[in-house]
Design a protein around this ligand. Structure first.
Ligand code: F6R
Ligand code: MG
Ligand code: MG
Length: 365
């Protein structure tokens, strides 16, 4: 049975500030999703939020980039925005960059990760959703899951994974893509994905079967909009078990609170903290960046779950590490490496300041 899993998300208003989503907005989304399921457009759905991002997890049989599914998501975001406006939530409709829907939400602001799969006898699906960071945040975790034997022992000792995985990498500035085969091309792969502000892993494929293993959202809103409207707060869908990494191998990369771009005003480096859904409320200096993880078994497209995968004591050390790293980085205040390099900051006063100083910059002689 072919099933498409679509995760479409947008920040349509924050409560309070940019720290969370309002229950009324979530309830409105639930209402739209329930109606679409009843009408047969969706097989199943789950609505959640990570910080101020509303997440629509949908299963259906209309394939990737389906106009009907994207329109459903768009209409849901519009309806949620109306609630956000009525409550005067902060940044109502922030990610809806266009006034009208034209067939596909890609490039309009919302983030999208979709995969069409033939459901296996047991189809384990792991969905990561992050707030206050950008799509390159998945590069290191995806590398570890699918190419690093120190993370994924299955690459070494499981016959159905031993041929490795292929990584589709997108250049988010030049809109180009390239595919690398792991393990033999990992050095070439790393020269690119080690620079996550420019290169992001869009998808991973099982080399032997060519099956999709993972897909992420790689939108960069600042580039789409031509101005700052928020880090894209990405999502990533990973298939697990069997010929794919086991659940524990998929989650293991998040035991390191790796430094990612985002945090306050999308202009800082900060530790990515793995948390339960309830704890996805970035409040300290608008952060630190959060990642939540929901696990499902698919049954004829039905989402059996979710299990809140980071609501587990074994991630306590990563959370502690994230808080310690946050303390350390915060003491740098407006200095790098806490603050992002000039060209990566999403807020800047540099042009005005430079203009004001015109004439005062003179040759050093
Ligand atoms: C970062 C983020 C927040 C805001 C900050 C200022 O992704 O969403 O840190 O950038 O709270 O927000 P505005 O400019 O909306 O007042
Ligand atoms: Mg926001
Ligand atoms: Mg957000």
């Amino acid at each position: 049975m072919n099933i498409t899993l679509s995760v479409i998300k947008a920040d349509i208003g924050g409560w309070v500030g940019h720290s969370a989503s309002h229950p009324d907005v979530l309830a409105k989304a639930e209402e739209y999703m329930a109606k679409a399921k009843k009408g047969g457009l969706l097989v199943d759905y789950h609505v959640t939020n990570c910080g101020d991002d509303l997440q629509l997890i949908m299963t259906h049989q209309h394939g990737e980039e389906s106009e009907r599914i994207h329109k459903l998501a768009w209409d849901t975001f519009i309806a949620g925005t109306e609630i956000a406006r009525a409550l005067k939530l902060h940044g109502a409709g922030q990610d809806l960059l266009s006034d009208s829907f034209s067939g596909n939400v890609k490039g309009m602001g919302p983030g999208v990760a979709e995969m069409e799969i033939e459901e296996r006898a047991a189809e384990t699906i792991i969905i990561f959703m992050a707030d206050k960071t950008s799509s390159g945040a998945w590069n290191m975790p995806l590398y570890k899951m699918f190419a690093d034997p120190f993370n994924t022992i299955g690459l070494v000792i499981a016959a159905n994974m031993h041929t490795g995985f292929a990584f589709e990498v997108h250049d988010v500035k030049e809109h180009k893509k390239v595919t690398f085969n792991a393990p033999e091309e990992i050095y070439d792969l790393l020269i690119f994905i080690g620079a996550p502000s420019r290169y992001a892993v869009k998808a991973v494929y099982h080399r032997e079967t060519k099956e999709i293993a993972a897909v992420s959202s790689t939108q960069r809103l600042s580039l789409i909009a031509g101005r700052y409207v928020g880090k894209d707060d990405p999502v990533c869908v990973v298939r697990s078990q069997g010929q794919f990494p086991a659940v524990g191998e998929v989650l293991e990369p998040f035991t390191l609170a790796a430094s990612v771009e985002g945090w306050m005003r999308g202009s800082h480096h900060g530790p990515l903290m793995p948390v339960s859904v309830a704890d996805a409320t970035p409040s300290r200096f608008d952060g630190p960046p959060r990642v939540i993880c929901l696990g499902f078994q698919l049954s004829g497209g039905k989402l059996v779950g979710p299990r809140d995968m980071f609501a587990d004591k074994s991630f306590d050390n990563a959370r502690q590490q994230a808080n310690d790293v946050a303390d350390y980085l915060r003491r740098h205040g407006p200095f790098e490496p806490h603050r992002l390099p000039l060209e990566e900051m999403e807020y800047t006063t540099m042009p005005q300041v430079m203009k004001k100083l015109e004439g005062r910059f003179v040759d050093q002689g």
